[in-house]
Design a protein around this ligand. Structure first.
Ligand code: URA
Length: 447
């Protein structure tokens, strides 16, 4: 099918009726999408039809390939390697990449990472990095490659050079409630990973209320699709299913999440975030052959935090991407909120549940998420969670603080944050964060 013969109306109808698209129709779609020839309302209608009707594995694989090739697909063969990449399917308070990228880069891997902006109720690494004054997330392919040669780490967003079709679909999915679809997530995640060119890819597949996959079983299903598509497209992929019932760490937002990542690189971060970074990092160091086992990788990663080299690498990455490295010593140089408003507990007891989706919703009410495409978000606002699951709290004590710039929005968010907490007499038993590791034995075996 040529682009002249292509009809978006027919494509929407085909998917609405539950039929599979031909590779030729999908190729024409991606070409027209990137050329800016498709109106948002038609693309949004197709996205919604896809959420309801799904895609076959063949369609998912072909669309992933097309979206990856909608810009440059980087050839990292001349970059000192092994080149690795990591991606999360999205969560609340998930700032793992900010810690993980510099950490892996000082431990013998080269980290070539394309990230996204906020999606639905979840935050995005690219928005978070933009809280650092001057930080450029929009690198050309040449800039991306040069930075890898010079610094062994680069974190950038989709651009007109790199996975542009994902950039367009992603921005629309964010504001049309069309994120929760296994094939659309697989296409979005893997197309970026293929465009960025890494040899070994670790996917952190989140499961729980704050994730797009609500259960471990559905997260495993998404993992199986991504493993199969990755394999068909010649990529080494590992999927780690991790819990996202409560937010990761204590900070949800943008500037405050970067500050928490910096604290983690200094060895002063919360245990859940630190442990997850070390665990995922160990697996990827072993899968990419940097270390013999994940346990050996973990020792190396912990040493890089303890001796300050990971923090130094983060500073170096900020400078390379035009940002102000002084934020590492003084995080208040990032956008700060006018108000820090405590949200007091209404009862004494233990936090039995802290619902990540509801916390994400409170963050959006404060202005930390987009309601319409391209909307500016407020990088200063967010939530500090003083109490997390398992913690004891007395009535009147703060459950957390709203970091706000608008008192009316804060009043609405305070009510929502109250609803995120369930407080009861019994101390809950906390579940381990890592639920499953899936992938070929050759990659996940060295544990
Ligand atoms: N991360 C992505 O890049 N895309 C998704 O669809 C979900 C998470």
């Amino acid at each position: 099918m040529s682009t002249a013969e292509f009809s978006m109306i027919e494509m929407i109808k085909e998917k609405r009726l539950g039929h599979a698209h031909s590779p030729e129709r999908m190729a024409a779609f991606v070409q027209k999408l990137v050329a800016g020839e498709l109106p948002d309302y038609q693309v949004a209608a197709w996205l919604m039809a896809t959420v309801f009707q799904g895609m076959t594995l063949d369609e998912t694989t072909e669309l992933t390939r097309l979206v990856a090739h909608s810009g440059e697909v980087l050839d990292l063969s001349t970059i000192p390697g092994p080149c690795v990449d990591k991606h999360s399917t999205g969560g609340v308070g998930d700032k793992v990449t900010l810690v993980f990228a510099p950490l892996l880069a000082v431990c013998g891997a080269t980290v070539a990472k394309l990230s996204g902006r906020g999606l639905g109720h979840t935050g995005g690494t690219i928005d978070k990095l933009e809280a650092i004054p001057g930080f450029n997330t929009s690198l050309t392919d040449e800039q991306f490659l040069q930075q890898l040669r010079d610094h062994r780490v680069a974190v950038a967003g989709q651009t007109k050079d790199l996975a542009p079709a994902d950039g367009i679909l992603y921005a629309l999915r964010d504001v049309t409630n069309t994120v929760e679809s296994i094939p659309l997530i697989a296409v979005s995640v893997l197309s970026k990973k293929i465009a960025a060119g890494a040899d070994a890819i670790l996917l952190d597949v989140k499961a729980g209320s704050g994730a797009f996959m609500p259960t471990v079983e559905s997260a495993k299903e998404l993992s199986r699709v991504m493993l199969e598509v990755g394999d068909r497209l010649g990529k080494k992929v590992i999927c780690v299913v991790t819990g996202m019932d409560q937010p990761l760490g204590h900070e949800v937002g943008h500037a405050n999440e970067v500050a928490e990542a910096i604290a983690t690189l200094k060895g002063e971060g919360p245990a859940d975030l630190t442990d997850l970074c070390i665990h995922l990092g160990g697996l990827l160091l072993a899968a990419s052959g940097v270390t013999r086992t994940a346990a050996e990788g973990e020792v190396r990663l912990k040493a890089a935090i303890a001796d300050g080299s990971a923090l130094q690498k983060f500073r170096e990455m900020i400078v390379a991407q035009g940002g102000d490295p002084a934020v590492v010593d003084d995080p208040t140089l990032m956008p700060q909120p006018k108000f820090r408003i405590p949200v007091p507990a209404r009862a004494s007891g233990y936090v039995q549940r802290l619902d990540a989706l509801t916390v994400g919703g409170a963050g959006k009410l404060l202005g930390a998420g987009r309601m319409t495409k391209g909307e500016a978000i407020d990088l200063a606002v967010g939530i500090h969670l003083s109490k997390k699951e398992g913690d004891r709290v007395e009535a009147g004590e703060p459950l957390g603080f709203l970091l706000a710039n608008d008192e009316a929005k804060a009043a609405a968010a305070a009510e929502v944050l109250q609803q995120a907490y369930t407080i009861g007499a019994a101390q809950p038993t906390l579940e381990p964060l890592v639920k499953a590791v899936l992938g070929p034995e050759s990659l996940v075996g060295a544990r």
